[in-house]
Design a protein around this ligand. Structure first.
Ligand SMILES: *Cc1c(COP(=O)(O)O)cnc(C)c1O
Length: 408
């Protein structure tokens, strides 16, 4: 069967015909995606198509996306530095706000240094190919985010994929790399929290293995920072291996409520990326107000307010799992696996009809036949929001499969 993402352009068809045909194909297999416009700020209660919905779909885990302190920091920076940065960081776009943000991040992450990128996607695409060329080996977890996969492919390195969280297979790939490519750099790529399953990596074991085999670790903490660890620093903190992960990536647009991403590590790593990461070198610097808002978010998270926000987030995670009768998930992401793509779409529609936003996630974001509702929790959800959602999910007309939610 034709893969909807791939096509063979037919000779002299016009672009319009080609696009129509492709869209028809995607639609026929139930995989057409559409954009929904949010008519309100990004919070737990949003407006879409004039309807008020309780939002369980955002990655704004700490309710910072619409926090007045971030807005104030952004507006003050706008007054001081203007909005557009006008050039790439290396030309004339490096502003005080960028440097302050990077200092805030390296302090927070207890790393020597940090470098910011305009997105997590750009951070991965810049960093992985800079570190690994065709002579290197990259070993990835099967469920790694698309940007990690794309970046690894772009690098041209030898790729090996291990089944999700399978440490035996990771070790056998490491052994293979060491015997077949003894002179090569070997990079292990993993996430802390897997974005569509909400489960976490066995990080201590990964660190032991990569150390034993002389490999480096690239850890994507997109859904770990602001959620895990006593100080919200992520899984590396929670696992007590902060000093042993060479390349720590995190995003500023999820729990931190702003936009962009960072790589934290050694001073040398930062300097190397400034010289080699193409998505950093050849891209306009993020706007100063965005960097200022992100720095404020890091400051909030590191302070007493951050501790309170983390506490309420975990109380909400506890409450939802209790209300659904499932074990407490290890992160703020709760997948309700449904399986069939159309059934999952229907389940999402049913929730929507009851006033809850938790869109279905399906192929190609997750494997075929593992379509799901992806619920995400925020510190800003009220008890009422959570019991309301649980009641809909447990009701007899609830989306099929929800009576026995499972986590992949
Ligand atoms: C969201 C996400 C990214 C991409 O970050 P952006 O800043 O949104 O580009 C990378 N990795 C993971 C695991 C993510 O969930």
């Amino acid at each position: 069967m034709a893969d909807p993402g791939i096509s063979i352009p037919g000779g002299s068809r016009s672009l319009g015909d080609f696009l129509q045909e492709e869209l028809g194909r995607i639609k026929n297999v139930g995989l057409l995606r559409r954009l929904r416009i949010l008519e309100s700020p990004q919070t737990t209660h949003v407006e879409i198509d004039g309807r008020s919905l309780v939002n369980f779909s955002s990655n704004d885990y700490l309710g910072l996306a619409n926090h007045p302190a971030l807005k104030e920091a952004a507006m003050a920076e706008w007054d001081r530095a203007g909005f557009g940065s006008g050039a790439s960081r290396l030309v004339c776009g490096t502003l005080a706000a960028h440097e302050r943000l990077e200092e805030a991040i390296s302090g927070f992450k207890r790393a020597e240094a940090a470098l910011c990128f305009s997105s997590g996607y750009a951070a991965a695409m810049g960093t992985i190919p800079a570190l690994c060329a065709t002579d290197a080996v990259i070993i990835l977890d099967k469920l790694c985010h698309a940007c990690l996969v794309d970046a690894s492919r772009l690098s041209g390195a030898h790729l090996r994929v291990f089944p999700h969280n399978d440490m035996e297979k990771l070790e056998s790939h490491l052994r293979w790399a060491r015997s077949k490519h003894p002179a090569s750099r070997v990079l292990v790529v993993a996430e802390s929290v897997y974005s569509m399953d909400g489960d976490i990596a066995p990080l201590r074991e990964i660190v032991e293995l990569k150390d034993r085999h002389g490999a480096w670790l690239f850890l994507d903490e997109a859904h770990g920072v602001g959620v895990l660890g006593a100080g919200g620093r992520g899984l590396a903190e929670e696992s007590g291996v902060e000093g042993r992960v060479e390349i720590q990536m995190g995003t500023l647009g999820k729990a931190l409520g702003a936009h962009g991403a960072y790589i934290a590590g050694s001073r040398c790593l930062r300097e190397f990326l400034i010289n080699r990461a193409r998505s950093f070198i050849y891209s306009t610097a993020p706007p100063a107000p965005v960097a200022a808002a992100a720095a404020k978010a890091v400051e909030l998270l590191a302070g007493p307010e951050g501790a309170l926000l983390l506490q309420s987030l975990w109380k909400n995670i506890e409450n939802l799992s209790a209300a659904l009768g499932i074990p407490r998930p290890p992160s703020a992401i709760v997948p309700i696996i449904i399986g069939d793509e159309s059934a999952a779409m229907q389940a999402g529609e049913n929730l929507l009809a009851s006033g809850f936003l938790a869109p279905a996630i399906r192929y190609p974001t997750v494997a075929r036949g593992t379509a799901r509702l992806r619920l995400t929790l925020s510190s800003a959800h009220s008890e009422q929001d959570i019991t309301g959602l649980a009641n809909v999910l447990r009701s007899p007309v609830a989306p099929s499969g929800v009576s026995s939610p499972s986590r992949a």
